[in-house]
Write a protein that binds this ligand. Structure first.
Ligand code: AMP
Ligand code: MG
Length: 430
C-alpha cells in the first residue's frame, strides 16, 4: 500500500525530544526486574540483586602481618641499639593453627604471615629483627632462644579484628557488576550461591530488502546484514542475551507478525532499518498502527535522530536506524541504559570524562552530535580526543576504531581545536 500524502507529511512532522528527555522517558518506563539464584562460579559479570554486607569482621581474628615471633611488646621495651632482649621460643604457629596456651612474659612463639596471634601476645617482631642466640654463641642451630634487636609496640605487625572491614559494613550495592574483587568478597563471606538479575533476552530483527545473510555471496545493490552482529555484541556488553531473528525484507505484513510474536516472547526487541522517511520505512508505519505506546520517534541527536522507542505488552521496542553508526549510537543511548535498568542498575549511564579536542571539528548542526572518537592521555596527563575517522552515519569502520563518543553541542560552526568536550568512554584500553 502506498502511503497517503498526509501520512507522508506526518513522517516529517515528528516531535523531536532532547536526548535527556528521551532517555528519561524510557528509563522511567522500565520496571521489569527478575531475579535468579546461581552458583558463585557462574556469577562473573552478572549484576547482584542483593546488597552484600560483611557478615563478620575481616580479619575475624588477630592476624600476623609478618613472618616472625609473637611476643609481649612489654618484653622488648628496653631494647636499644646495643641492648638486645632475650626471649625463650616455646613453639611455632602455622597459618590456620591456633596456639594452645597463653604466651607468658619472656616467651616468644614463631609465627607465620596470616596466622592467628596467640593469646597473651600483643605484637609480632619480624624475623629480620631477631637472631638466634645459640647459633651466635656456639655456631650450632638450636632454635630455643632468640635475641630481639628492635623494640615493638603493642599491635605492631598485627592486623586487629575488623581492620579491613567491620561487621555489617555495606560492601556491594544492589545492581553492581560482579567482577574479580566482588567475586573474592562473596567467596570470603561464604556466598556459594548469589542472587542476580536475570539477563534480559533481547531479539534482534534487521529490516531491509537490500540485506543478505552473512553466508550469502555478495550481489549488485545488496549488502550483508552487519547491524545484527554489531547489536549482538552491544547487547552482551550490556549484560543481555541476544537472539538473532531472521532479517526481513521491507514487508509490512511479515514484519508486523514477527514483531507481535517477538514482543510476546522476549524481554525487549531491537529492529534496525525502516525508521526514517523513505517509501519503505515500515517501522514508522508499524508504530502508527499498533496498540502499543510510542514514547518518541525522533531525538535531537546525530547520528540516530529517527531512533524510535515504544512499549507493547509492557516490553520495549527499540526501532533504530539502519545506518550502522546511527544504529550503534541509538543502541548505546537507549538500549544499553534500558538493559542495565532491567538488571537493577539505578544509574545506567556511562560516566563522562572531559578532554581537549586534538583537531578542529567543523560541522554545523542544530542537534547534539555524538562523534565516534579516539581518546588517549598525553604525556602531561591531559586527556585528548579526535574523530575516529569517517564521520558519516553510514560508516562502519569508525565504529571499530572508536573507543569513545565525544559530545558536540548544537553549533553553527563546530568546535575549534583545543575546545574542552565531554567524552563518553566506550571501552577500556588494553
Ligand atoms: P534505513 O534505516 O532502512 O533507511 O537504512 C539506512 C541505511 O542503512 C541503508 O543504506 C541500509 O542499506 C543500511 N542498512 C540497513 N540495515 C542494515 C543492516 N542490517 N546492516 C548494515 N547496513 C544496513
Ligand atoms: Mg531500509
Amino acid at each position: 500500500m502506498e502511503p497517503s500524502q498526509t501520512d507522508y507529511q506526518a513522517r516529517f512532522q515528528r516531535n523531536p525530544l532532547t536526548i535527556y528527555e528521551a532517555q528519561h522517558a524510557l528509563i522511567h518506563r522500565i520496571n521489569s526486574e527478575s531475579v535468579e539464584v546461581i552458583p558463585l562460579e557462574q556469577a562473573y559479570m552478572r549484576r547482584t540483586a542483593q546488597a552484600i554486607r560483611a557478615n563478620m569482621p575481616v580479619p575475624h581474628f588477630q592476624r600476623s602481618m609478618m613472618d616472625g615471633f609473637a611476643v609481649k611488646a612489654e618484653d622488648t621495651r628496653n631494647v636499644k641499639q646495643d641492648i638486645a632482649a632475650q626471649l625463650q621460643v616455646v613453639g611455632s604457629i602455622a597459618c590456620g593453627d591456633v596456639w594452645k596456651r597463653p604466651v607468658e612474659t619472656g616467651e616468644a612463639v614463631r609465627i607465620m604471615t596470616g596466622a592467628q596471634l596467640p593469646e597473651g601476645a600483643d605484637a609480632v617482631i619480624k624475623l629480620e629483627a631477631t637472631s638466634d642466640l645459640q647459633r651466635r654463641t656456639t655456631g650450632q642451630s638450636v632454635d630455643d632462644r632468640i635475641l630481639v634487636h628492635q623494640a615493638v609496640s603493642i599491635g605492631e605487625n598485627v592486623n586487629a579484628i575488623g581492620t579491613e572491614m567491620v561487621e555489617g559494613q555495606l560492601l556491594i550495592e544492589k545492581g553492581s557488576r560482579l567482577e574479580a574483587g566482588e567475586m573474592a568478597l562473596l567467596a570470603m563471606f561464604g556466598y556459594e550461591y548469589v542472587h542476580v538479575y536475570t539477563k534480559p533476552r533481547v531479539a534482534i530483527i534487521s529490516t531491509g530488502h537490500e540485506l543478505l545473510s552473512i553466508s550469502a555471496d555478495i550481489e549488485a545493490g545488496k549488502i550483508r546484514n552487519s547491524n545484527s552482529y554489531m547489536l549482538l555484541a552491544q547487547i552482551q556488553e550490556a549484560g543481555g542475551t541476544p537472539y538473532l531473528l531472521p532479517h526481513v525484507a521491507d514487508d509490512q505484513h511479515q514484519l508486523t507478525q514477527l514483531l507481535q510474536e517477538a514482543l510476546q516472547e522476549y524481554d525487549a526487541v531491537i529492529t534496525t532499518g525502516g525508521v526514517s522517511v523513505g517509501d519503505h520505512d515500515i517501522l514508522y508505519d508499524f508504530t502508527q498502527n499498533w496498540d502499543g505506546e510510542l514514547l518518541f520517534n525522533k531525538v535531537q541527536m546525530r547520528p540516530g535522530s529517527p531512533s524510535t522507542v515504544g512499549f507493547l505488552h509492557g516490553k520495549p521496542l527499540f526501532a533504530l536506524s539502519g545506518n550502522p553508526s546511527a544504529c550503534f549510537v541509538g543502541c548505546e543511548m537507549f538500549v544499553r541504559p534500558a538493559l542495565l535498568r532491567m538488571q537493577g542498575v539505578s544509574e545506567p549511564y556511562r560516566t563522562p570524562l572531559r578532554g581537549k579536542l586534538e583537531e578542529s571539528y567543523h560541522v554545523s548542526d542544530t542537534f547534539v552530535r555524538f562523534v565516534r572518537g579516539v581518546m588517549r592521555t598525553q604525556e602531561d596527563g591531559a586527556v585528548v580526543v579526535r574523530p575516529a575517522g569517517v564521520d558519516m552515519s553510514s560508516a562502519t569502520i569508525s565504529i571499530m576504531k572508536a573507543n569513545c563518543l565525544f559530545v558536540v553541542l548544537p553549533s553553527p560552526s563546530g568546535l575549534k581545536k583545543g575546545t574542552i568536550v565531554d567524552i563518553v568512554p566506550l571501552r577500556l584500553f588494553n
